[in-house]
Write a protein that binds this ligand. Structure first.
Ligand code: EPU
Length: 312
């Protein structure tokens, strides 16, 4: 099926929730990126399943977009269909072993805070993390020693060939900021995730979240960015290396290596993806020259990039 007939079908089902040539910058935390050929917002797990099945039948290129953090969208935009995941239902089970079932488009930080208000901890580390539950599972998000893979009990996924399934954590082959679906995005999507919680006092959970929040405010910049640009190399920190190379404050166009934390590249206004890309290359080259370390991207490049760029 070609893209025109697919879009016609989607328009019949979703009406004006299907937008054509929709600029993506506003859907990203960095506020950067050209237009999606088509952008479709889905607001439930069932809608996500329906759309994914149509996309897989059609062979039209697609991308799933959650919170828009941790990605750099090319200036030329994204061909095919971008699916904006706004499936956000959340259900807490406050039994002997408490947990939360969240649809993959739910904001992880909101889930963590809602849990806290119920006297349920275990996700304190996530209260300041941008992005959705699905994005966090796929990228194995983490901070302050916590990681989503350690909280995951079960996830309901849609596999491109095998349909809806429940996966336990080992099936995801989690690594540092990585999983099977991050390495092979076309295999499937996360529909819902059940996360482990623990009974605590509301005060205790909120005090820990506040402590993490203060740490983040001290150590991380506030402006629009993609979050950590590079993964930490084994035994070291990408931020420390970029800082030690004297690159803080370096600017290309409106993209700037943060003075606060060197692994954050900030959009100072009208930064383009090309500006950010130049800074990425500069940082990688300097770190390779000075420390012999190859920095690996943590963010994902979305849209029109050449294969060499995507290999980084
Ligand atoms: N450092 C510098 N200069 C800098 C930045 C950091 O010298 O400009 C030094 C710090 O002083 C510290 C070390 O580098 O000694 C590590 O820095 P930090 O504690 O800020 O942690 P990080 O390793 O840079 C990691 C995660 C963050 C997470 C924080 C807090 C990665 C790539 N980064 O940062 O995750 O929020 O720990 O737990 O894993 C993300 O993945 O998007 C992210 C923000």
């Amino acid at each position: 099926m070609n893209i025109e007939s697919l879009l016609e079908q989607l328009r019949n089902i979703f009406g004006d929730r299907l937008k054509e040539q929709e600029p993506l910058a506003r859907y990203t935390s960095a506020r950067i990126g050209g237009p999606a050929e088509a952008l479709l917002s889905v607001s439930s797990k069932e809608e996500l399943v329906l759309v994914m099945q149509k996309l897989w039948e059609s062979d039209v290129p697609y991308r799933l977009l959650g919170g828009g953090s941790n990605i750099l969208v090319s200036d030329a935009g994204v061909p095919g269909v971008v699916v904006l995941n706004q499936a956000r239902k959340v259900h807490f089970t406050n039994s002997h072993t408490p947990s939360v079932w969240a649809e993959s488009g739910a904001h992880l930080s909101k889930v963590a805070r809602q849990a806290g208000k119920r006297g349920l901890g275990g996700l304190e580390w996530a209260a300041g993390i941008p992005g959705t539950v699905g994005g966090a599972v796929v990228g194995n998000a983490g901070a302050h020693g916590g990681e989503i893979s350690s909280s995951l009990i079960l996830a309901e996924i849609l596999h491109c060939n095998e349909g809806q399934q429940f996966w336990e954590p080992p099936r995801f082959e989690f690594g540092y900021r990585s999983s099977l679906f991050k390495r092979q995005p076309r295999q499937g999507v996360v529909l819902t995730a059940q996360l482990r919680l623990e009974h605590k006092s509301v005060e205790e959970v909120e005090a820990t979240m506040q402590e993490f929040d203060e740490h983040r405010r001290r150590t991380q910049p506030r402006g629009p960015s993609m979050g950590s640009m590079f993964k930490n190399p084994p035994g070291d920190s990408a931020g420390r290396l970029i800082d030690a190379a004297g690159l803080k404050g370096t600017r290309v166009g409106d993209a700037e290596i943060s003075e606060v934390h060197a692994n954050f590249f900030i959009n100072r206004g009208k930064a383009t993806a090309a500006d950010v890309w130049s800074l990425i290359q500069l940082a990688r080259q300097k770190i390779k020259e000075q420390f012999g370390v190859r920095l690996e991207l943590e963010i994902e490049l979305i849209g029109v990039w050449d294969e060499e760029q995507k290999q980084l």
